[in-house]
Design a binder for this molecule. Structure first.
Ligand SMILES: [Zn+2]
Length: 325
């Protein structure tokens, strides 16, 4: 995808393209911002733009170099660290061996590219040893090379590393803007686009990843499954992995928030489950504010317990009982 097709990061992209044009690219960058807003995509596109055989300031996506980078098999592109998934537990640390390997590579001339590009994902996962080794490289960057550190948690990086990088901040889109993109460019129906834009908190990468999933139908199954009027033991049929359960808890907390807003008399765009707005105004009468407080607490406690090693089956059945009121 060329720069001009990436949505939602105009400012960061304009800065990078200006720097390429004026030959003022830094030797190392730190891309910060929430997960799922396009940091990784922009980093790869920058690698393409710097080495494209047809275009000067952007990727053409057609030349051999662009295609090799797209397939992640360009000999001068090096990726370190795991790419974050939406809900996956991050555990992979970046060890000193990986940075030593980087050091060997970066001192060689590029095989076929104009610029060797090193992308370090989840840079906050660098061990202290690895951070110190990287710092030495950042202090004396070899020519023909670019290092891009990516993280959603810059506060966990060594300050000395941050000070050696040019920082580019990536932000989420306003929800309304993401909703319009999902509707106009990806042809999602109004209610689905509305839900997804809010559910993803304006993070376009997640929005685009989830737009073809069954999340819209799924969230309604979840809401029905945990409804105080459901008589089945819905939770016993659920997969017990933490990512699935976390998704359920997030959906339920959005649903409770909607009931709360409906009860407070809020209508329109603020309601995330807009497709169920009529039911919401009915539920607003059924639930007292104290019912809702108890339900909210049950969900937020469950999210906390989930991070500990709790029996997830027990957690879900307790939750359902609490939500029954
Ligand atoms: Zn190209």
């Amino acid at each position: 995808m060329p720069f001009n097709s990436i949505r939602g990061q105009d400012k960061a992209i304009a800065l990078l393209q200006d720097s390429i044009r004026n030959n003022r690219l830094a030797s190392s960058y730190l891309f910060t911002g929430p997960e799922g807003v396009g940091k990784n995509l922009v980093a790869l596109t920058l690698a393409k733009a710097l080495n494209c055989e047809k275009s000067s300031f952007d990727a053409c996506d057609e030349c051999v170099s662009c295609q090799k980078i797209d397939k992640l098999n360009h000999p001068d592109l090096h990726l370190l660290g795991a790419v974050s998934g939406d809900n996956e537990d991050e555990s992979e640390v970046i060890k000193i061996e990986a940075i030593r390997q980087l050091q060997r590579e970066i001192n060689l001339r590029p095989y076929e590219a104009k610029t060797k590009v090193f992308i370090i994902n989840n840079a906050h996962q660098l061990t202290a040893e690895a951070s110190n080794a990287l710092l030495k490289i950042l202090e004396e960057p070899p020519a023909h090379s670019l290092i891009i550190l990516i993280t959603a948690k810059p506060s966990l990086l060594f300050r000395t590393i941050i000070s050696r990088c040019r920082i580019l901040k990536f932000a989420s889109l306003p929800r309304l803007e993401l909703k319009e993109i999902l509707k106009k460019e990806h042809h999602l129906p109004e209610d689905e686009a509305h839900f997804l834009a809010s559910f993803c908190e304006g993070r376009i990468g997640f929005g685009l990843k989830m737009k073809d999933s069954a999340i819209f139908r799924e969230k309604n199954t979840i809401i029905d499954g945990f409804s105080r009027y459901a008589d089945s033991n819905y939770e016993t049929s659920l997969p017990q992995d933490r990512a699935t359960i976390r998704k359920h808890l997030n959906i339920l907390s959005i649903w409770l928030r909607d009931i709360y807003l409906a009860k407070a008399g809020v209508q329109g765009e603020e309601i995330i489950n807009f497709d169920r707005r009529y039911e919401l105004s009915k539920l607003a009468k059924d639930y007292s504010f104290s019912d809702l407080d108890i339900a909210f607490k049950a969900v937020s406690d469950s999210l906390l317990y989930l991070e500990q090693n709790i029996n997830t089956r027990l957690l879900l059945s307790n939750l359902r009982l609490a939500l029954k009121g």
